[in-house]
Write a protein that binds this ligand. Structure first.
Ligand code: NAI
Ligand code: A1CAB
Length: 269
C-alpha cells in the first residue's frame, strides 16, 4: 500500500515536488500538504486535489514528512512538530545547510532523518536531488526517499559532508545558468539583435549544449574544442572570458555558496 507523504511548508520547492509526485502517478489521496496561509492551502487543494492540514495533523497522519521551509524557519517548525512526530516517521529535510543532527536533536530519539538538496528543474522532471542519510536512516529510508525524488528527476546518494558542496553546485546551479543566459542576451542586444531573438538563440544553444554534455559521453573540453576553430570566432570570445577571470569567478562563486550553506547549519543565521 502506498504510504502517506506530507509536504510541510509547500512553497516553490514543496510545490515542485508535489506536482512531480502527482505527475508520476502518486495518488493525491496519499498526499497531504501544509501551508502558513489559508489562501495558499486552498490554492494547493484546488490545483492538486490534495488535502491541506495543520503541521500537527500532518505529523500524526503521514508516514513520511518532507520539510520544505526555509532554513531560518526550520527550528520553529520543529518546535511545533516535535510533540506530534512518533519516532517511526521518516523525516526528510529539503533545506539548504541544516544538518540531519539538527533534526535528530529536536525529534524523538531514533527518528530517521534524510537530508535532500534538490533544485527547481523539479518543475520539468529534470531535478538533481542529492540525498544523505542521518544517523538513524536505513537503506529502506534512502530507497523511499529516492522513490519520492526520483519522480522529479535524477537522484544521487552522497555522504552528508558533501551536502554543502552539492548545494553550491546543483542546488543553486540553475541560477548560474539563468544569469549567464541573461548576460548573453544583453550581449545579443549590443550586437544589434532584437531581445526576443537573442533570448531564443541563446536558450537553444544552452539546450543543445546541455543535451550534448549529458548524452555524448565527451569531456566538456573536447566539446569546446570542436566549436573552437583555429583563427576563428570562438577563440576570440574564450580569450576575453579568460582575461576577465570568468573561470576564477565561477570557482570563487561556488565556494561562497558552499560557505553560506555551512553558515545556515544553525538554522537561524
Ligand atoms: N528555491 C530553490 O531553488 C531551492 C530551495 N531549496 C530549499 O527549499 C526550502 C524552501 O525553499 P523555497 O521553496 O524556495 O522557499 P519558499 O519561501 O517558496 O517556501 C517555503 C514555504 O514554507 C512556508 N512556511 C514557513 N514556515 C512554515 C510553517 N511553520 N508551517 C507551514 N508553512 C511554513 C512559507 O510560507 C513558504 O510558503 C529552503 O529550505 C531552501 O533551502 C532547496 C533547493 C533549491
Ligand atoms: O538559495 C538558496 O538558499 C536555495 C538553496 C539552493 C538553491 N536555492
Amino acid at each position: 500500500m502506498t504510504q502517506t507523504v506530507a509536504v510541510l511548508g509547500t512553497g516553490k520547492i514543496g510545490e515542485a515536488l508535489l506536482s512531480g509526485m502527482i505527475r508520476g502517478g502518486w495518488p493525491a489521496s496519499k498526499l497531504l500538504v501544509t501551508a502558513r496561509r489559508t489562501e495558499r492551502a486552498e490554492e494547493l487543494r484546488t490545483r492538486y486535489g490534495v488535502e491541506a492540514v495543520s503541521n500537527a495533523e500532518a505529523a500524526k497522519r503521514a508516514d513520511t514528512l518532507i520539510l520544505t521551509v526555509k532554513p531560518q524557519d526550520m527550528a520553529k517548525l520543529l518546535d511545533e512538530l516535535a510533540p506530534h512526530v512518533p519516532a517511526d516517521r521518516l523525516v526528510i529535510s529539503g533545506a539548504a545547510g541544516v544538518p540531519t543532527a539538527f533534526f535528530e536533536e529536536r525529534l524523538a530519539p531514533g527518528t530517521p532523518v534524510v537530508r535532500v538538496m534538490t533544485n527547481t528543474p523539479a518543475l520539468v522532471d529534470e531535478a538533481m536531488s542529492v540525498i544523505s542519510a542521518g544517523s538513524h536512516a536505513t537503506a529502506a529510508h534512502l530507497a523511499h526517499t529516492e522513490e519520492i525524488f526520483g519522480s522529479v528527476g535524477k537522484t544521487l546518494r552522497v555522504p552528508e559532508s558533501q551536502q554543502d558542496a552539492a548545494t553550491a553546485l546543483s542546488g543553486s546551479g540553475p541560477a548560474y545558468f539563468y544569469f549567464l543566459v541573461e548576460a548573453m542576451t544583453d550581449a545579443g542586444i549590443l550586437l544589434g539583435l532584437p531581445r526576443a531573438q537573442a533570448h531564443d538563440l541563446i536558450v537553444q544553444a544552452a539546450i543543445g549544449a546541455a543535451v550534448m554534455l549529458r548524452d555524448s559521453g565527451e569531456h566538456p573540453v573536447k566539446l569546446r574544442e570542436a566549436v573552437t576553430s583555429p583563427a576563428g570566432t570562438t577563440i576570440n570570445a574564450i580569450v576575453e572570458l579568460e582575461k576577465h577571470g570568468v573561470r576564477a569567478a565561477l570557482i570563487a562563486a561556488l565556494e561562497a555558496a558552499r560557505d553560506r550553506s555551512r553558515e545556515l547549519a544553525s538554522g537561524n543565521s
